[in-house]
Design a protein around this ligand. Structure first.
Ligand code: ATP
Ligand code: MG
Length: 566
């Protein structure tokens, strides 16, 4: 039996205060996420339990208990207080997925600061834009990245401190401080700052898939949503070994890579290494992962590499698989059944929503290609683009809309209230994605609002085209966009990366075109196919269709600061 029990029962009886009571939120007047993810687990008697199994790309493994988490995060909090940071100051975490990243994140929250995690892969321009926008006061980093911060520092008048975690004997500059988080002692009893539930906690920049990234501001009570969704959607119990593959530079890596799991007191794996099928399966086997939360981009890469690497590993500990970030193709769900003996469960949410809002829940029948149903406590609908009223007939495509008010919802876009307010219409929060709902209440993703293709008056979603393409044996990955056409306004163009062993040819193009036409329709059939080695993606692994589309239309490509340039 899953944590959720029966979806229908849970949906009927749900009340956010139940979730809040389960973690004792507000007991002893405490609302700070930093406390709930470390001190409280120790107070419950689990201080010696493993919180973190950390593996570097070199294979070196280190383990930390919840008590370590408590002390090291206290150390970070104490340092920030000592160097004069104030409650509410933004503190950036700019480093690889090293253990200190996780300690510092909780430390910032414990002292009442606002944590701003950023991908270490960001170049100077991407970094400067986000630090400037946030008026960041301090940056935690390592020698590997400190020069990037130094180079842009003169343009960041509000930046007071750069904290270098591995400075050793290296010479530091003015305004820099050396801080080896694990070697200082004495913060046993740091007094966690008594924030209120509505106090800002995390400032997360969106992935930048559709335009310039926006800074979504979250508050401490978000933990209520993150806790209960980790229990009910990811099915995490304290006995599990949980692996979330996301970097905290992306919201998945904080909501479900820090806050959700540690509020439950589960042991989690952090792998700070590059992707390869064998390395990933090796992590699951070595650390006996039971729950795995990852993204469609990674799943498609695993599919590309086939079943052999799966068979070489012992993955028998896995009991629940969940996907997030992009639509999960039906083919991926079916493949996962073959490869792992269990399907990937889709989960839909955004930086703005702070936690999962629509999902295929454990125990609920999955319709491959569907995102599933709304989380209990979330009122979700599909509304007509013009009237903003729920669409009448099942299967009608409209905008995904949510009734505001769940705990982890963002409270504003930093420095951008107008855009924030523009997201609320007719009593709904409008997500910016298109979908339909079927007669059983399952949501079917169509595409991002901007990505839907209008060909001769017919709307086709890139997701269904890309899903059909993925079923073709030669296709590893694809992106479908509209390209200009005199007669039809737009026609479908597909950018395709092929599986190993296939090479582009006129016959292959024809075979792929016909394949889509038969599966979907002549409207959805790509009129043009371009073969590429790789598709442009954000750091969080999302396909940036807008770049491909801009090229087709001869437009400016816009912000590329989040693009994965490796
Ligand atoms: P930006 O807002 O800067 O353009 P972004 O929307 O990609 O970037 P995120 O908040 O990381 O930034 O991503 C949320 C979006 O990701 C959703 O609005 C949706 O388009 C997509 N998404 C996430 N999960 C799913 C899913 N399970 N199925 C389909 N799409 C998903
Ligand atoms: Mg978005």
């Amino acid at each position: 039996m899953s944590n959720l029990g029966t979806y229908e029962d849970a949906f009927r009886s749900f009340d956010w205060s139940m979730a809040s009571k389960e973690i004792g939120y507000g007991d002893k007047g405490m609302f700070n996420i930093g406390y709930y993810c470390s001190d409280r687990i120790c107070e419950l008697g689990h201080g010696q339990k493993l919180a973190l199994i950390h593996e570097r790309f070199s294979g070196e493994t280190r383990k930390y208990t919840f008590n370590d988490l408590r002390i090291y995060s206290n150390n970070a909090a104490q340092l920030l207080t000592r160097i004069g940071l104030n409650v509410g100051d933004r503190v950036c975490l700019f480093m690889d997925r090293i253990p200190e990243l996780y300690f510092a994140f909780l430390g910032v929250l414990k002292m009442g600061g606002v944590a701003q995690p950023l991908f270490s892969a960001f170049g100077e321009e991407a970094l400067e834009m986000r630090l400037h926008d946030a008026g960041t006061r301090a940056v935690f980093t390592t020698l590997k990245y400190v020069d990037r911060v130094r180079h842009i520092r003169r343009n960041l008048p509000e930046l007071q401190w750069i904290v270098v975690l591995d400075a050793g004997d290296a010479r530091l500059e003015q305004g820099e401080v050396s801080f080896a988080m694990e070697s200082v002692r004495g913060s046993e009893d740091f007094v966690v700052h008594p924030v209120g539930p509505e106090f800002p906690s995390v400032l997360h920049y969106t992935s930048g898939t559709t335009g310039k990234p926006k800074g979504a501001l979250h508050v401490h009570s978000s933990i209520i949503s993150q806790y209960i969704t980790t229990r009910w959607v990811l099915d995490v119990t304290p006995e599990d070994i949980y692996w979330c593959t996301a970097d905290p530079g992306w919201v998945t890596g904080t909501s479900y890579g820090i806050i959700g799991p540690w509020s439950i007191g589960v042991t989690q794996i952090i792998y700070d290494g590059r992707f390869s099928s064998s390395a990933w399966y090796g992590i699951i086997e070595k650390h006996k992962a039971t729950i795995w939360y990852t993204a469609p981009t990674a799943i498609r890469l695993l599919m590309r590499d086939g079943l052999d690497p799966v068979r070489r590993a012992d993955l028998s500990t896995l009991r629940h698989l969940v996907s997030v970030g992009e639509p999960l193709n039906a083919e991926a769900v079916i493949w996962s059944g073959k490869a792992f003996g269990r399907p990937f469960h889709d989960s839909f949410w955004q930086t703005e929503t702070g936690s999962i809002v629509i999902s295929n829940f454990p125990g609920m029948p999955i319709k491959p290609g569907s995102m599933g149903k709304p989380f209990p406590g979330i009122v979700a609908g599909v509304v007509d683009e013009k009237t903003l009223e729920p669409v009448r007939a099942s299967g009608t495509v409209g905008l995904i809309a949510l009734r505001p008010g769940w705990p982890s919802m963002f409270r504003t876009y930093w420095n951008n209230t107008a855009t924030y307010e523009g997201k609320f219409k007719n009593g709904w929060y409008i997500c910016g994605d298109k979908a339909s709902v079927d007669g059983d209440g399952y949501f079917w993703f169509v595409g991002r609002d901007d990505d839907v293709i209008n060909t001769g008056g017919h709307l086709v979603g890139p997701f269904e085209i890309e899903s059909a393409l993925l079923e073709h044996p030669a296709v590893a990955e694809s992106a479908a966009v509209g390209k200009p056409d005199l007669i039809n306004m737009e026609v479908v163009k597909a950018f395709i990366a092929l599986k190993p062993g296939y090479t582009p040819s006129a016959e292959l193009t024809l075979s792929i075109m016909n394949f889509v036409r038969k599966r979907l329709s002549s409207m959805a059939m790509p009129q043009d196919i371009e073969y590429v080695d790789a598709l442009p993606k954000t750091r969080s692994g999302k396909i940036m269709r807008r770049l491909l589309r801009a090229k087709e239309w001869g437009e400016e490509i816009g912000d590329t600061s989040t693009m994965d340039k490796d």
